[in-house]
Unconditional design. Structure first.
Lengths: 118, 231
């Protein structure tokens, strides 16, 4: 199970990198980046998973006393919670800048933006 | 194409690194030191049933403050960058939104708002919390925008909700320095019994305000982006 999640995450990262490097359209690049972002999150959560254990929430099923033996690592989950939120922020910024670029040149083709090319 | 070839070469290299990482990975049998501390002491320290929430709001509360600051900056920069583009939207003939969409929105928006509030109020007991609940709140706003793209949202109201919740968050953190162990310590309120809605000290209060703040920030991003729509 943990290997399925991790390999899916790695494959998503590769797909995202491939899309970001080969697409010419800025919007498609942004979508590719969010795919890679999801892959990274999946890998981190997969690393925190431990076989035969349950979610780090204490209730009638998991008593506080034997929590150490029953729950998975909560730290990667807290990290991914942060990463998802920051990912949303990054995506929103990319979209805003993409709109600005479109407004300037009326195209989203990255090859048309040559100001920083050498 | 040469560039495509180099991209594939690069991806093969990265993929090889990933494969070696995967095969070298050995899952832990027991919790590591940090996780063990959290598992053993969360109930005594914070009284929260959801350990992830205890980490996000109390143990690593300062990081969460930084995180909502990043979100705030993002929302502000999106507003700033797009400010010049939002010249008065012309009222043109819009195709009427479908009856299903309008009626469905009317039915679903209050329920979605309620679900969002439920998720962030119960953040210390169930999976969920301020960030998730805030995103659900913002999805209600997104539904309103879908049903009527030209709807005007009150920017001052959104900013007021956002700034007030941010201020309350910091104020509760400072109260923790005065009445409890340190910044963002949740023991300024009684911890209560594990599993009750009103328990875990200040965590539900802090997470509710984080939920409102995140909801307002996401909404302001979406409203700003939607207002750039070409008339």
């Amino acid at each position: 199970m943990d290997y399925i999640a991790m390999s899916t995450g790695f494959i998503l990262i590769l797909i995202g990198l491939f899309g970001a490097l080969t697409n010419r359209n800025i919007l498609r690049m942004i979508v590719a980046f969010t795919v890679a972002d999801t892959g990274v999150n999946l890998v981190i959560v997969g690393v925190g998973y431990m076989r035969g254990r349950t979610a780090p929430i204490l209730d009638s099923a998991v008593a506080a006393a034997d929590a150490v033996a029953r729950i998975i690592d909560p730290v990667p989950q807290a990290l991914v919670l942060t990463a998802i939120v920051i990912g949303v922020g990054v995506t929103a910024l990319m979209l805003a800048y993409a709109y600005k670029l479109y407004e300037k040149k009326h195209t989203l083709d990255i090859a048309k933006f040559t100001e920083l090319k050498w | 194409m040469v560039s495509r070839f180099f991209v594939l070469l690069l991806l093969t290299g990265v993929g090889a690194i990933f494969v070696s990482l995967m095969f070298g990975y050995v899952p832990d049998d027991a919790l590591n030191l940090t996780a063990r501390y959290y598992a053993e002491n969360t109930v005594r320290d914070t009284g929260a049933a959801n350990i992830v929430t205890a980490i996000v709001v109390t143990y690593r509360g300062l990081d969460t403050l930084g995180e909502v600051t990043v979100l705030f900056l993002t929302a502000a920069i999106v507003g700033l960058v797009l400010a010049g583009s939002q010249q008065g939207r012309l009222r043109r003939e819009q195709p009427a939104p479908g009856e299903l969409l309008v009626t469905g929105t009317r039915l679903l928006v209050p329920l979605t708002l309620l679900l969002g509030v439920y998720v962030f109020v119960n953040g210390h007991l169930t999976p969920g919390g301020g960030f998730q609940g805030g995103a659900i709140l913002a999805s209600a706003i997104l539904m309103l925008l879908l049903a009527d793209p030209l709807r005007e949202f009150s920017h001052p109201l959104i900013s007021a909700i956002e700034s007030i919740s941010g201020l309350v968050f910091v104020a509760i953190g400072l109260l923790g320095m005065v009445y409890a162990g340190g910044f963002l310590d949740n023991r300024i309120l009684p911890l209560g019994t594990l599993g009750d809605l009103i328990s875990a000290g200040a965590i539900p209060v802090i997470y509710s305000f984080i939920g409102l703040k995140v909801g307002a920030e996401f909404s302001s991003m979406m409203v700003n982006l939607s207002e750039t729509e070409e008339p």
